[in-house]
Design a protein around this ligand. Sequence first.
Ligand SMILES: [Zn+2]
Length: 97
Amino acid sequence: MDTREKYDELCRLCASYDAVKMNIFGQDGKNRQLVDKIQTCLPFKINEDDRLPKCLCYRCMYNLENFYDFRTACVNAVALLNVVFHQMIPKMEEEMV
Ligand SMILES: [Zn+2]
């Protein structure tokens, strides 16, 4: 195996080698929307024809999916809190009268 092949075997997110990994742009990676999740959660872009590795190790995939779900839940919770707050304002004004 040459150096370039070894490099491409590294995880894109933690730079470590893991025998069990998933290609971000493969069918499984697309089904899991890994590109979208990485770009939503992390401060960098990822492109099929950039020069960096295109694999994720399972640990990073697990962390990424958990974090993505956590982030989505938080965004939804803040939206809900805002809706509830705006529903409370008229009631609070009634109570003040
Ligand atoms: Zn990793």
